[in-house]
Each structure stands twice: as structure tokens, then as C-alpha cells.
Design a binder for this molecule. Structure first.
Ligand code: FAD
Length: 494
């Protein structure tokens, strides 16, 4: 067998050292004889103290209950819009731990969720009164220089993966925000700054390890369990808990040419047309992501982020063209650190959010006008355009479970706010604005959707829904993994 050379990512050894290494028992209220919880069918259930303690004793990681000091932090998600209280949080340290937690939950028919980075826009990774399988301790990222992959724990955040690869002048395709979990992002598809060059995150996934609803630990790749390997590349968390992702890595200069530009709000549609012209036949290396955003005073601003994934001089030449359009109020283009670009902006966690999105084929004048002509002047409102096409479109709609390969752009419409009592009002503003763009939409990104019409979520698997439902039936006939962009097992009525 070929000898593998494993190089630990900077974070890895610290993470491994932090693992308990012995049985760790979560606290149960000393007075409590049982813990109340909810089943998959929505019925109340009492979990006996002895069985909860037995579960805690059989985990290498930690079991938290509402009485545990660490519980409150562990239950929280990125979005403050969801205030869910799982009855049990199994902080798993290994695939075997995940299997133990799944088997316990199956035995008690517990409503169960899976949490990686906790960035779910729909709040589904925290099962209210159910069991949360928290993968946060499984967050190592190891670069395998021989195999040219980065091997990542199922609970890793993007920043850990980027740090591990960039150290070796390598990269894989991830999202744009370091704090996001690799788990949810990958299973839904994975859009980022590099996807026009190397495809979506799923196009770079070469293997994975999955714990199924019946407690098997399976190796997935094009050769092993290919049906499941196909399904997890876009089919969400429907098929089991992924405890390891192996991504292909590419040679990459961690310093990249690009930056930010702004124009007066009045020029936005003119600039959008120029961006459409420039990107229509432009090189895959060009990443241009324009957005309209409303500041704290209710004033709208039009800006863009631009990067050139390649030679700096070529990038400087290509992006200089942008600065000649209209009369920019800010041009900040230079060689910058890719890792810094990927960093999460400060102050974005634990705010309330509402988000919708749409894929469009082309950036026409009509699309730009629908999205940007009039935006609600509510502080924190943003409409952004994420470029797709390039390598994303060179994969067939049925080659992976992600069908939306014809999309040229993803348009995100979202609002962030602090007073959660205003949620209905802000949700209405986002929905109203989204309705303007929807007539041009050819689908949407499940990963950027709040809760809403579940039927629409599954229809969005489009040409792949039938095959996904058959695979779901084979591996999860009881729909145990249901807190996700859910696919009903074939033969089950909605
Ligand atoms: P979690 O809330 O932990 O999980 C979400 C769901 O994924 C879970 O309910 C579960 O069904 C499933 N899941 C997660 N991990 C596993 C696992 N290991 N095994 C099985 N199921 C699992 N998306 C992009 O494509 N590109 C971006 O640039 C991007 N930027 C974002 C920035 C922010 C600030 C936010 C909030 C979201 C962003 N997203 C982006 C969307 C993101 O892909 C989804 O929110 C995704 O669900 C986040 O994954 P997570 O692991 O953090 O979420």
C-alpha cells in the first residue's frame, strides 16, 4: 500500500489535544428521573435517567443536557432567529460516536438534527426538544500531499480547511465565509470565490465517510457506494451523517489580485450592464460579485467584490477595465491575502436573519432592474449577485445530485437585524423583493433558504428528485434524517 504523508493543519493538533480521551458524562439535573423529549412523530417522550447516562458513558465525546453548563452555547446557531432547545446534545468525537448517537435516537424514535457549523438559514440543525448530533469536535483538516486531497472532519469550519491547504500553497473550493460549516455547505453544493475555475465544492469532493440511519459506517466514492456518493453531492443531509469529507486540492497562490469598488447608487444599472458584458465571455478566472446594500441610516449603496484567480498582472489588466466604467467612488484593487478575504466579517454572528434567493441564467437588464432598481430601504437589507457558470456549468445536471448547472448567477436577497420581534415585517420585505426576481428564476439554492414551503424545497431537486427519493428509500426509509431540505422516501406521499 502506498505510504501516505499526512501533514496536520495548524488547528488539528490543538483540536485533537482538546478531545476528552475518556468518557465524559454530561450533567443531568440531579432531581430529574427522566428527561422529556419529542419523537419524530411529534409525540412527547420521557427518556429514563439510566438510558441517558448509559449513552453518555458510551460516547468518547460529551453528552449535554439542558442542565449542563456548556449546553446554552452548544445549542445556539449562527442565526438568532431560532431559539431551539434540544433535550440532548451528543458532541461526537468519532464516527463510532455518531453511530452510537444515531442508534440511541433510532431506538427512542427521537427527532434528530445534525449540526456542523450551525449556519443553517432554516434553523434545522437544532432539533427543538429532540437530539442534536453536534460534530463540532470533529473539525480536523489534514492535507494528504501524496493523494492531493484535504481530509476534513464532518464538523469542520471552512477557515480550518483553508488554513490547512493554503499553508501548502494549495486550495479547494469552499464558501466565502470562514465560519461556515463544511458539512451543510458541501451537502447542498458549495458556492465560493473559486467555483468558476474549479466547480462547486461537490465537484471537488472525491470521497466521504457516512453513518447511515441503520448505523452502518460506509466509505463513499465513485467506486464505493456510488449511489450514495452521487446523492450527497447536492442532496443535503438526507442520507446520513457525513463524518469525513475528502476534497481535491489545487496548486494556488495564497496572495490574489482583487478588491472592492463602489459607485454612486444612481449608476447601479449602468454598471450592472457593463458587468454582464464583461463576464459573458470573460475568463473563468474572473470573479465579480456586485451587491446593493442599505446602511444603518437607510441609505442604499452599490459596490462589488472582484478577484482574479490567476496571474496578478493579468488580473490587474482585467480588473482595470472595471475602473473605467462610470464614475467609481471607490477603487481598492491590489494583491491581497485570500485567507483574509475568506474571513468572516466582524459582528455577523447571533443576529436575526431572513434570506431567499434565485438562480438566473443570464444577467439581463430586466434581471438587474428587478433586483436593484428599487430595494426596500431597510437597514441591513442586501441584494447580492454570486457568479456561477464556468466550471460549474461544465458538469451535467444529473452528474451529481445538484441539478442547477445552467445557472449563470445566484441572486441572494437577505436582511440582518437585531430585534427578532420584527421578523414578520422583515420577512415580508424580503419576500416582496424576491417576488420581483422570481419570474426570471430557474430554481434556487437550498442552502440559502429560510424555512417556508417544504414541497418547493424538494421540487427544487428537479430532474434528480426521483433518483434521490429512491436512494432515500433504500437508506433511510423512515425519513429519520428529516431536518434538512427534505426528500421523502420514494412511494411516500407528501
Ligand atoms: P449547520 O446549521 O450546521 O447544518 C445545516 C444542515 O446541514 C443540517 O441541518 C444538516 O441537515 C446538514 N449537515 C451539516 N453537516 C452535516 C454532516 N456532516 N452530515 C450530515 N448532514 C449535515 N453557502 C455557500 O455555498 N457559499 C457561501 O459562500 C455561503 N456563505 C454563507 C455565509 C453565511 C454567513 C451563512 C449563514 C451561510 C452561508 N452559506 C453559503 C450557506 C451555507 O451553505 C448553509 O447555511 C449551510 O447549511 C451551512 O452549513 P453548516 O454546516 O454551517 O450548517
Amino acid at each position: 500500500m502506498r505510504r501516505r504523508q499526512l501533514i496536520e493543519g495548524a488547528v488539528t493538533s490543538a483540536v485533537l489535544a482538546a478531545l476528552p480521551g475518556k468518557l465524559a458524562l454530561g450533567a443531568l439535573d440531579p432531581a430529574a428521573k427522566a428527561l422529556s423529549a419529542v419523537t419524530l412523530a411529534g409525540d412527547d417522550i420521557q427518556l429514563g435517567r439510566a438510558s441517558v447516562e448509559a449513552l453518555a458513558g458510551s460516547l468518547q465525546g460529551t453528552l449535554l443536557t439542558p442542565a449542563s453548563p456548556a449546553y446554552d452555547k452548544a445549542r445556539q446557531l449562527w442565526s438568532a432567529s431560532f431559539d431551539h432547545y434540544p433535550s440532548l446534545i451528543a458532541q461526537c468525537a468519532s464516527a463510532e460516536d455518531v453511530r452510537t448517537a444515531v442508534q440511541f435516537a433510532r431506538e427512542h424514535k427521537l427527532l434528530t438534527s445534525v449540526k456542523c457549523g450551525g449556519h443553517s438559514f432554516s434553523g434545522k440543525s437544532a432539533a427543538d426538544r429532540g437530539m442534536m448530533i453536534d460534530l463540532g469536535a470533529m473539525r480536523a483538516a489534514l492535507v494528504d500531499t501524496a493523494g492531493e486531497v484535504v481530509r476534513v472532519g464532518g464538523g469542520a469550519r471552512l477557515g480550518t480547511v483553508d488554513r490547512a491547504t493554503l499553508e501548502h500553497k494549495l486550495v479547494t473550493v469552499l464558501g466565502t465565509d470562514s465560519d461556515t460549516g463544511a458539512g451543510g455547505l458541501t451537502l447542498g453544493g458549495g458556492l465560493g470565490r473559486l467555483n468558476r475555475v474549479w466547480g462547486m465544492t461537490i465537484d471537488n469532493l472525491v470521497a466521504a465517510e457516512l453513518v447511515t440511519a441503520d448505523g452502518r459506517i460506509l466509505e463513499l466514492s465513485a467506486r464505493e457506494n456510488p449511489d450514495l456518493f452521487w446523492a450527497i453531492r447536492g442532496g443535503g443531509g438526507n442520507f446520513g451523517v457525513v463524518t469525513r469529507f475528502d476534497y481535491r486540492v489545487h496548486p494556488f497562490n495564497p496572495m490574489i489580485y482583487g478588491g472592492d469598488m463602489s459607485w454612486p447608487w444612481e449608476q447601479r444599472l449602468e454598471i450592472m450592464r457593463a458587468i454582464a458584458d464583461m463576464t459573458r465571455d470573460g475568463p473563468d478566472a474572473l470573479f465579480i460579485s456586485p451587491y446593493g446594500v442599505v446602511d444603518a441610516k437607510g441609505e442604499p449603496h452599490f459596490s462589488l467584490e472582484a478577484l482574479y484567480v490567476g496571474d496578478h498582472a493579468e488580473g490587474e489588466k482585467a480588473l482595470a477595465e472595471l475602473a473605467r466604467i462610470g464614475k467609481p467612488s471607490r477603487v481598492d484593487l491590489r494583491v491581497l491575502s485570500y485567507m483574509d478575504r475568506q474571513a468572516t466579517p466582524p459582528g455577523t454572528r447571533r443576529r436575526s436573519h431572513y434570506m431567499k434567493n434565485a438562480y438566473v441564467k443570464k444577467l439581463t437588464d430586466e434581471v438587474a432592474a428587478a433586483a436593484l432598481e428599487a430595494i426596500p430601504l431597510v437597514p441591513g437589507f442586501i441584494t447580492f449577485f454570486h457568479p456561477m457558470g464556468g466550471a460549474v456549468s461544465r458538469v451535467g445536471p444529473q452528474d451529481t445530485a445538484f441539478p442547477h448547472r445552467a445557472a449563470g448567477w445566484a441572486i441572494g436577497i437577505s436582511i440582518a437585524f437585531d430585534d427578532n420581534s420584527l421578523f414578520p415585517r422583515y420577512r415580508a420585505a424580503v419576500r416582496e423583493h424576491h417576488a420581483r426576481v422570481e419570474p426570471y428564476s430557474i430554481g434556487f439554492y437550498n442552502n440559502l433558504m429560510n424555512t417556508g414551503n417544504e414541497g418547493k424545497l424538494s421540487e427544487n431537486y428537479a430532474v434528480n428528485l426521483r433518483r434521490l427519493a429512491q436512494i432515500k428509500r433504500r437508506y433511510d426509509p423512515d425519513n429519520f434524517f428529516r431536518l434538512n431540505a427534505n426528500i421523502l422516501p420514494a412511494g411516500e406521499a407528501a
